[in-house]
Design a protein around this ligand. Structure first.
Ligand SMILES: Cc1cc2nc3c(=O)[nH]c(=O)nc-3n(C[C@H](O)[C@H](O)[C@H](O)COP(=O)(O)O)c2cc1C
Length: 450
């Protein structure tokens, strides 16, 4: 296959004080309760010409390992609800995309469709929905369940959930709202469509009480890595977040998922694959390494064991930290991530302690520590060798780690070619190079009229 040209896409992953588990302990890190810090991050990412800010989310504080949770092993304890926060950020930014996470397991399609379409209008067409099924085992207990919802059930619901949302987003065709004061006609009835969805999980009549947005509808993002996760993404998503350690694993995932689109009548370029890249950089390699080592020295064993509980689905308290990880149970959580972290331990022959330090920063994602040129070389290789269409950039500490990427890595990428100096468009779709979707009802009417 010829080496590719074109532009890679970059998201700025906002993980409260930083993606490293010890980020919040650094004095320069953003606070998790100051809106001005979130605004500063979004503006910094926009200054760097990133495609979007991405907000992860969990609907559970993750207290299964209280000591680890109390030491902020993950963000669960202090996450502002993403849609609320992104709506606020839309007023302080003008070009950067705003992608927020919401669960199909613990929401309902009508409200979620309305909220994300409202964000899309508020932001002038910059909204995106990261669809998750929520692999936190205790999240279900916050929504009326007595036990975790099994993986297969979560995806069966997600498949129907996304179809209802996409259908509701087509309730009104483009140009439906005339707002004609003279005739008194506010909208064209023949451009309004009732969904009337009847399914195994949902009965939703519609229409949605919100018109199509400047980019048609929000961008749908998925982050599944299991079989059902990849299939759902191939059928419905336009961006997929993912995690791979090696170029070969990234190329295999890339070819696998792109190869699935054809059966849904989709072209490979209709889905952008953005693996995570945890990047620690500086003016020199030793400066980058020092920054990383300082953070590593702040990782408490309770935090490390909690990180492994979330990623591997097993509580390793009571095991010898300098011994190997035991055989792993079938997890109700994220199967894709469990397999990835277990493979990392085997490949690098890591003890429990070594493994939690290995993932304390990147949490199972690709970890790059070095100068801007060294990192740009690796990012460019994964892009030109068809391992990614771009990256979800994870800064170790916010905002300093993002500033480092902008100052040291992006100029090197621009020198090599595959990253923008200026936004191409005004909407998230235009900047991601995604087409503006047709309204399904208008498309059907056009075919019928031929
Ligand atoms: C970059 C990235 C971001 C993710 N963000 C979230 C998140 O915010 N909330 C969440 O519940 N899961 C999140 N996930 C987990 C995925 O939804 C999914 O559960 C995981 O990748 C395992 O795939 P599987 O569910 O298909 O087994 C994320 C995954 C990736 C790769």
């Amino acid at each position: 296959m010829a080496k590719r040209s074109g532009q890679l896409k970059l998201n700025a992953f906002h993980y409260v004080s930083g993606h490293h588990a010890a980020a919040w302990r650094r004095p320069e890190a953003s606070a998790d309760d100051r809106i001005e810090d979130y605004v500063a991050f979004a503006r910094l990412a926009e200054e760097g010409r990133f495609d979007a800010v991405f907000l992860a989310d969990s609907v559970d504080v993750r207290l299964l390992h209280p000591e680890g949770a109390a030491r902020k092993a993950h963000t669960g304890a202090t996450l502002f609800e993403p849609l609320t926060l992104l709506s606020a950020l839309s007023a302080h930014t003008s070009r950067i995309g705003l992608i927020g996470t919401a669960s199909t397991s613990f929401s309902d399609p009508y409200n979620l469709a309305r909220q994300f379409l409202s964000l899309d209008h508020l932001s002038g067409g910059r909204g995106g929905w990261n669809l998750v099924t929520s692999n936190d085992p205790e999240a279900a207990l916050n929504f009326g369940h007595a036990r975790p919802v099994p993986h297969a059930e979560r995806y069966a619901r997600a498949e129907e959930f996304v179809d209802v949302v996409l259908g509701l987003w087509d309730s009104f065709e483009d140009g439906a709202f005339r707002r004609d004061r003279d005739s008194g006609v506010y909208f064209d009835l023949d451009k309004l469509h009732v969904l009337d969805h009847q399914g195994a999980h949902f009965r939703v009549k519609g229409p949605l009480n919100a018109p199509r947005s400047p980019q048609g509808r929000p961008v749908v993002v998925q982050a599944g890595s299991s079989e059902p996760g990849k299939e759902l993404a191939a059928r419905t998503a336009e961006v997929i977040f993912t995690a791979q350690q090696t170029l070969a694993e990234a190329q295999a995932f890339y070819a696998d998922v792109k190869g699935r689109l054809g059966k849904y009548g989709r072209a490979p370029d209709e889905l952008k694959i953005l693996p995570g890249a945890f990047i620690v950089t500086g003016a020199t390699e030793s400066e980058a390494r020092e920054k990383f080592d300082e953070l590593q020295s702040l990782v408490h064993p309770d935090v490390g064991l909690e990180l492994l509980r979330v990623q591997l689905g097993i509580d390793l308290r009571g095991y010898d930290p300098d011994g190997p990880i035991p055989d792993l149970p079938d997890t109700a959580g994220g199967k894709g991530r469990q397999a990835l972290v277990a493979a990392l331990a085997r490949r690098e022959n890591l003890s429990i302690r070594e493994l939690y330090l290995r993932i304390a920063g990147a949490r199972g994602h690709w970890q790059l520590v070095g100068t801007g040129a060294q990192i740009a070389d690796q990012l460019e290789e994964r892009f030109v060798e068809y391992g990614a269409d771009g990256f979800n950039v994870m800064a170790p500490v916010i905002p300093g780690g993002l500033r480092d990427v902008i100052d040291h890595v992006l100029p090197e990428l621009r020198r090599r070619g595959p990253f923008r100096t200026e936004y191409e468009g005004r909407t998230l779709r235009e900047n991601l190079g995604l087409k503006r979707p047709e309204n399904r009802f208008a498309a059907r009417a056009a075919v019928a009229a031929e």
